[in-house]
Write a protein that binds this ligand. Structure first.
Ligand code: F6P
Length: 341
């Protein structure tokens, strides 16, 4: 059996460990053959592949990024679609696809499976916002990177008696902000799920300052205050039609300085959070998911993705994972907020 692997959407530490886990198990246990599609669905739509023999995955689980390349190509746009893809797969002798990606990738995989293609999915996002899996690989690494950065902001903030704001990733959900904020002892954590007022934010900042601390605010990029005008509205759309995020931290600076008189600085961590070596946790999770994807292929579980339930690997239909984002529940925010101010 010949299997094609693709990585699609934003990259994420751990992608290479998934590829290695799948290729090694597939070759060693089932005698399967592997190819990689270059740059996500683009490689599928254009039939652009590279061989993935055993030696091609040697030592790659600790490498960041993806050896296959990635893109945000939608396989239904342009010259794509199920018929074109089926013709390529037939010509290249590829029997099944393992698609590693987030919500968009899995939604496309579902549509293609409905059209008769043999696809299994592996969930991926640093944001940890995919439903039907307890954790996504990449998240642990992103939290670790953000925590280290915030720890550094704290010492310079303390030296200058400043308020420091760290903006982390999280377009729709605040998992990275919540975890990195708790780990670094932030005085306020601001996430998209909780439209906190600027008054409440400045109260937390003021309280920390009065106790002689350098106030530390961790904000997710998708956060919108309850009472400021839509802060992202002037930033326009990116090339994928998404609101251009990033910069809420800069917008909070004058709001905090004017209300509290505390000198304030903002740092946007951005793509640093998605780069570099994956944590040990992410390498192990990604490797296990890659190996489990081979089981899905062998069992012919098309239209399903592998997932993590507790500490065990599971297989769930795409439907279960799509549609609802896994947001930060109220009780998790309330728990963290006990420590604010
Ligand atoms: O979905 C992961 C994510 O990192 C988001 O948190 C962020 O908003 C987005 O990707 C950034 O995408 P891009 O790399 O295309 O700028």
């Amino acid at each position: 059996m010949k299997i094609g692997i693709l990585t699609s959407g934003g990259d994420c530490p751990g992608l290479n460990a998934v590829i290695r886990g799948a290729v090694l198990k597939g070759i060693k246990i089932h005698g399967q053959e592997f190819v990689g599609f270059r740059d996500g669905w683009r490689g599928v739509v254009e039939g652009d592949i590279m061989d993935l023999p055993r030696q091609s995955v040697r030592g790659i689980s600790k490498q960041g990024g993806t050896i296959l390349g990635t893109s945000r190509t939608n396989p239904f746009e342009g010259n794509g679609g199920p018929d074109v893809i089926k013709a390529h797969l037939e010509r290249l002798g590829i029997d099944a696809i393992i698609a590693i990606g987030g919500e968009g990738t899995l939604a496309a995989a579902k549509r293609l499976t409905d059209a008769g293609l043999k696809i299994v999915g592996v969930p991926k996002t640093v944001d940890n916002d995919l439903d039907a899996t307890d954790y996504t690989f990449g998240f642990d690494t992103a939290v670790q990177i953000a925590t280290e950065a915030i720890d550094r902001l704290r010492t310079t903030g303390e030296s200058h008696h400043r308020c420091m704001i760290a903006e982390v990733m999280g377009r729709h959900v605040g998992w990275i902000a919540l975890h990195a904020g708790m780990a670094s002892g932030a005085h306020a954590i601001l996430i998209p799920e909780q439209p906190i007022s600027i008054e409440q934010i400045t109260d937390w900042v003021g309280e920390a300052h009065e106790r002689g601390r350098a106030p530390l605010v961790v904000v997710a990029e998708g956060f919108v205050t309850a009472d400021m005008e839509a802060p992202h509205s002037e930033r326009g759309m990116d090339t994928f039609g998404r609101p251009r995020l990033g910069g809420i931290a800069d917008q909070l600076v004058p709001a905090i300085e004017e209300r509290t008189g505390i000198e304030t600085r903002a740092t946007i961590l951005g793509h640093i959070q998605r780069g570099g070596v994956p944590s040990a946790f992410d390498r192990v999770l990604a490797t296990r998911l890659g190996m489990a994807a081979i089981d899905s292929v062998v069992e012919g579980m098309w239209g399903t993705m592998v997932s993590l339930t507790g500490t065990e690997i599971d297989h769930v239909p795409f439907d279960k994972a799509l549609g609802n984002l896994k947001t930060v529940p109220q009780h998790r925010y309330d728990e963290a907020a006990i420590l604010f101010g």
